[in-house]
Ligand binder design. Structure first.
Ligand SMILES: [Ca+2]
Ligand SMILES: [Ca+2]
Length: 117
């Protein structure tokens, strides 16, 4: 009896983890597509600049911006430093995905509503 409850709990737990992972993946794909404005499969510095500038305008004074990320330029430079591992000046989905996985602060930095939730 105890055993079946345990299994059920475990199974539920597993389901939740998968759901969370799928959600994270969809969010990442969504975020990537959002940044990749021309849809060529890479995020260029200009594309990220456009989205980040729009984000900064949108969140305006609602969210205190972290030190060193007060301007869209600074944030884009920081993201590129961390994520563009082959330094070709554009971010592939693989780099994007690995960046998010290796450092949750990047995922947070890329998230649209960073600091609002
Ligand atoms: Ca692109
Ligand atoms: Ca790259």
């Amino acid at each position: 009896m105890m055993n079946s409850i345990y299994v059920q709990d475990y199974y539920t737990f597993e389901c939740d983890i998968w759901l969370v992972l799928i959600c994270i993946f969809l969010l990442m794909v969504g975020a990537f597509m959002l940044y990749d404005i021309d849809g060529d499969g890479y995020i260029s510095r200009e594309e990220m600049m456009r989205v980040v500038s729009a984000m900064y305008r949108m969140i305006g004074n609602m969210v205190p911006l972290p030190v060193g990320e007060e301007t869209p330029e600074k944030r884009v430079n920081k993201i590129f430093e961390l994520v563009d591992t082959d330094q070709d000046g554009r971010i592939s989905f693989r780099e994007f995905k690995e960046g998010c996985r290796n450092d949750p602060s990047i995922a947070q930095g890329i998230a649209l509503y960073d600091g609002m939730v």
